[in-house]
Design a protein around this ligand. Structure first.
Ligand SMILES: Nc1ncnc2c1ncn2[C@@H]1O[C@H](COP(=O)(O)OP(=O)(O)OP(=O)(O)O)[C@@H](O)[C@H]1O
Ligand SMILES: [Mg+2]
Length: 301
């Protein structure tokens, strides 16, 4: 059995389609005979189950985080996608919206032991600490955005915070290095850095070994972009410009793996609680098949 490829799905802005992309992309991969696991990491407002035909999950992350069950695998339930499983979030237990560091670490290391070809971790909206922590913990991440400037701005903030979090997590006992990296977060301050590469050049003079580790982490990361709710050709170009911006300022590669057209059927399915992932129209399934093919090519060679 190979280790699963764990892909977090985030994007900063609420309602841009993170859960939609997670579920439809999982269904497209399942059609290609990959086994798929889903984890709803939106700890304050879990709703991924309703995209996957699960009415009320009988168990979920809360049982693992509270210690009621020993292994994370015990909390998985079947979904409408054949051969897939879902570990649901906890929408009604507020304290779990802010898990402790140890709880999160236990969750992250347990996830790596689960059985599936791909595991998708659907993140909450926002660019805060808990969300970006999940993003930084897995080597693969999909950023979902629509083409509106505010969404792109949020997606950029999300990725930037994820990178900051990932770089500082490399040195948990080194406050000095963390503080140095954090100077990226305020580019307008006298001591701030405008780009990741500027920060790395300065760091190389003070912390040469740590800088090598940071460069390695950045090079190992696989970031993918999916643009959602596309209405015309101009929208598609927004993704290409975003990729350029990220390359220039954040020094990570962001592969634009596809876009999804605005499709009223997706909205209707959610409103009527139908597990539409199994029977999308030709245009919607075409978009997701293309994204699935690109993801496979980039993650499996
Ligand atoms: N391509 C699309 N065309 C039409 N409607 C869409 C599309 N993608 C998503 N939607 C609709 O937009 C709404 C938000 O989608 P979704 O819940 O997937 O977003 P989200 O980013 O996961 O939200 P949250 O931040 O609350 O977790 C849903 O009603 C969904 O049906
Ligand atoms: Mg969601």
């Amino acid at each position: 059995m190979n280790d699963p490829i764990i892909v977090s799905v985030g994007g900063g802005k609420g309602g841009v389609g993170k859960s939609t992309v997670t579920s439809y992309l999982g269904a497209a991969l399942s059609k290609k005979k990959y086994s798929v696991g889903f984890v709803d990491a939106d700890l304050g407002g879990a709703n991924l189950h309703s995209f996957l035909g699960v009415k009320r999950p009988r168990t979920g992350l809360q049982d693992f985080l509270s210690g009621r069950v020993k292994t994370l695998g015990e909390t998985a339930v079947e979904t409408c996608i054949p051969g897939s499983w879902l570990i649901s979030g906890a929408s009604d237990i507020l304290e779990l919206a802010n898990p402790k560091f140890g709880q999160k670490q236990r969750l992250i290391s347990s996830l790596r032991k689960l059985n599936a070809d791909y595991i998708f971790v659907d993140l909450a909206a926002g660019t805060g600490f808990h969300v970006t922590d999940f993003y930084a913990s897995f080597s693969h991440g999909i950023i979902v955005s629509d083409s509106l400037p505010i969404s792109i701005e949020n997606a950029y903030g999300f990725l930037k915070n994820g990178i900051l979090r990932g770089l500082t997590r490399l040195f948990p006992d080194r406050k000095d290095v963390s503080r140095f990296v954090q100077r990226l977060s305020d580019s307008k301050a006298a001591e701030g850095f405008a780009t990741v590469s500027e920060m790395l050049s300065a760091a190389a003079r003070v912390y040469p070994e740590e800088t090598t580790l940071m460069k390695q982490w950045l090079a190992d990361r696989r970031n993918f972009l999916v643009l959602n709710m596309i209405k015309d050709k101009t929208d598609i170009g927004v993704g290409r410009r975003f990729v350029e911006l990220v390359r220039k300022y954040l020094s990570v590669s962001l592969s634009y793996i596809g876009y999804i057209c605005y499709a009223p059927e997706i909205r209707t399915a959610v409103r009527e609680s139908k597990p539409a992932v199994l029977s999308p129209s030709a245009s919607v399934s075409g978009c997701f098949e293309a994204i699935a093919a690109n993801l496979c090519a980039l993650t499996r060679g």
